[in-house]
Design a protein. Structure first.
Lengths: 262, 393
């Protein structure tokens, strides 16, 4: 279980997270949703341990981050964190990268050969698997980075905007299916961020909405629909909860208030 | 085919395709130039090293040694290092990008270079080995200094100094022994540096104010700071801790002793013309001054550039206050270094001290004095009888 307690973080003097408190149960898939620059990536960075909050703390299975060297090393072996723009060694091949990632998490080579082959097939990367990654397209780099996170088989997956960065429809479908399968089996606890509400309904066990650094809503999709009171569509509910001003701004832009389009 | 693919994968651990391709192209160009200009074909071997090919191949081995640390050591590769800090990697697990420690692929590369050297002597093996060791240990020394790994920081230059007598010794094996010792010390030093690597990612150390670019640039800095800061101390302070000043003095003395002693060995029992003798002594003198003159100049700049003296030179003459003790005392360590390093060697030589010692001892003392003798810049800032410049000059 992941426990986030009263997390507050600043960049310079600008607050980015303000008193965020939440719990994520084992085997749950939580989507962090919110407009750009509202703290989703910062929250994920605090969970991943790459940022240290100014106050509050993060616990995984009762172990706080950065409390001791051994505990932190133990946590890192159980958490795979994929930032939005992941670093990939340009002169190494995709296959070499996957094997290296798997070895970092202590998997043996035979298991890794099989798993990497399956991942490369899943993301349609077999043909490029033995080419240096410097020659990969943006979408292929995103795919190999996602495959790198999956090959770790870490019980906790923290993914920052896994569906962005040039991923093609086949890649989005593959990634969605894999994440759904992993979470439904209760094998992994997954936290991911996305600014796109359309992906949420299929994936999320719970949705955390972050606005201006505060956790404004944290509920199941059904719970969010009920909160918004907008009937059947989760998209409508999320638009109302996450981007309440957008419809007004659209009306304003198209001159619904009588001014005409600018 | 399968065997070839396996061999290729095995070789790619350190020998990246790009590097191998560049090496092959350069080799083809050099052999082509040789064939056209001298008519010499690759399979013609002589007893004398070829003028152009030997430096080229030695440079290739040197570049490969440099590359082995530059590309594979996470402390030298900031993006890799930042990424690695977020993973469960810890020393001594294998590094995901490839090993920075020596591996069989290195031997294969050196064998390849040795095989293409047109020399029929042990130099064929020793030259590539020594060049590789120079590149590998050279950059590893920087890693040791930045990460305050003192065994490598002091040990590697001390071993490198032995290359001077080894180069002039009879046979190639002394040079091979120095190269092997340097490689062993480099391994030890890199392992110690890597054992300290990891922990808190540097992204935490962001400046409070500044643009996003400034913060990212700050985050990209190695945690221990740039080499200049490590070598010269904190920018607000110029004095080295006494232990380090003394150790650097000993190292400077050692590095001056080796070539000076070598010169003494050469000219032992040889009667030289007075002009030649003077020239030789001047050369040794100039060489022995290198370790302390550079830090002395930097120290003078640090102390005297930001602060104006109480009176100018003309003013001192006019007022009769030729010496202003609480201002001038900041220059005492540098003056002491000039006296010790500049005058003492001649005195010691005239007293019959062996040439190596006569130059090494003053060089070591002068270096230690420049680096470690007070006043510190902090004391000088607070107690010196100078004027504070309130406007930029």
């Amino acid at each position: 279980m992941i426990r986030v307690e009263n997390l507050t973080h600043h960049y310079g003097v600008r607050p980015v997270l303000l008193g965020v408190t939440m719990e994520i149960a084992d085997g749950e898939l939580v989507v962090l949703l919110g407009p750009n620059g509202m703290g989703k990536t910062t929250l994920l960075g605090c969970l991943a341990g790459v940022l240290w909050p100014h106050s509050g703390f993060v616990e995984f299975d009762g172990v706080r981050r950065r409390q001791s060297t051994d505990a932190e090393r133990g946590l890192r072996r159980r958490i795979a964190y994929l930032p939005d723009t992941a670093w990939l060694p340009p002169l190494r091949t995709g296959r070499e990268h996957l094997l290296a990632m798997g070895r970092l998490y202590g998997h043996d080579d035979l298991q890794l050969f099989d798993h990497s082959e399956r991942l490369l097939r899943l993301f349609h990367l077999e043909e490029r698997a033995d080419s240096p990654m410097s020659g990969y397209s943006t979408g292929q780099q995103k795919k190999i980075a996602l495959a790198g996170a999956l090959i770790t088989e870490a019980p906790y997956l923290l993914l920052d905007e896994p569906f962005s960065g040039g991923l093609d429809p086949a890649g989005i479908l593959a990634m969605k299916s894999v994440l759904k399968r992993l979470a439904s089996g209760g094998q992994r606890t997954i936290v991911l961020t996305t600014p796109v509400p359309e992906l949420v309904e299929e994936l999320a066990g719970r949705v955390a909405i972050i606005q201006d650094g505060r956790l404004t809503h944290y509920d199941t999709p059904a719970g969010l629909r009920a909160t918004a009171g907008t009937g059947a569509s989760l998209d409508d509910a999320l638009q109302q909860l996450v981007y309440p001003d957008t419809r007004t701004a659209l009306g304003d832009y198209f001159g619904d208030a009588g001014r005409g389009p600018r | 085919m399968n065997l070839l693919r396996r061999l290729h994968r095995w070789g790619r651990t350190t020998l990246l395709d790009v590097a191998l391709a560049a090496y092959a192209v350069l080799m083809a160009v050099v052999w082509g130039v040789l064939a056209v200009t001298t008519g010499q074909t690759p399979w013609e071997r002589g007893t004398e090293p070829h003028g152009l090919l030997v430096p080229f191949l030695a440079s290739a081995a040197l570049a490969y040694g440099f590359f082995r640390v530059f590309y594979f050591c996470p402390t030298e590769h900031p993006a890799y290092g930042r990424w690695l800090r977020q993973t469960p990697w810890r020393h001594p697990l294998p590094l995901p990008l490839g090993p920075v420690r020596l591996c069989p692929q290195d031997a294969v590369f050196l064998a390849l270079v040795a095989a293409t050297l047109p020399i029929d002597s042990p130099a064929r093996v020793v030259l590539p080995l020594a060049a590789f060791a120079a590149g590998y240990a050279g950059l590893a020394w920087r890693v040791a200094v930045v990460h305050r790994e003192h065994a490598g920081g002091y040990g590697l230059p001390a071993i490198a100094g032995l290359a001077v007598p080894a180069w002039f010794a009879e046979g190639w094996w002394p040079l091979a022994a120095v190269a092997v010792a340097a490689l062993a010390a480099t391994q030890f030093s890199l392992e110690r540096c890597l054992s300290r690597f990891g922990g808190v990612p540097p992204e935490d150390f962001q400046p409070l104010f500044g643009s996003r670019e400034t913060k990212q640039a700050a985050a990209a800095q190695p945690a221990a700071g740039p080499v200049a800061t490590q070598l010269l101390g904190d920018t607000a302070e110029t004095l080295w801790p006494p232990g380090h000043a003394a150790a650097t003095g000993v190292l400077a003395a050692w590095l001056v002793f080796l070539p000076a002693h070598q010169v003494a060995v050469w000219f032992d029992g040889v009667t030289l013309d007075a002009a030649v003798t003077r020239q030789v002594f001047l050369s040794i003198h100039a060489f022995s001054a290198i370790p302390w003159t550079a830090p002395a100049v930097l120290r003078l700049l640090r102390y005297f550039t930001p602060f104006a003296p109480p009176i100018s030179l003309l003013g001192r003459v006019a007022t009769g206050r030729l010496i202003v003790p609480r201002f001038d005392y900041a220059a005492v360590p540098v003056l002491a270094a000039v006296v010790i390093g500049g005058c003492l060697p001649a005195l010691l030589v005239s007293l019959g001290t062996p040439l190596g010692l006569a130059y090494a001892l003053p060089a070591g003392l002068a270096t230690a004095a420049v680096l470690g003798v007070p006043p510190s810049l902090t004391d000088w800032r607070h107690t010196g009888h100078h004027r504070l410049r309130t406007r930029r000059a």
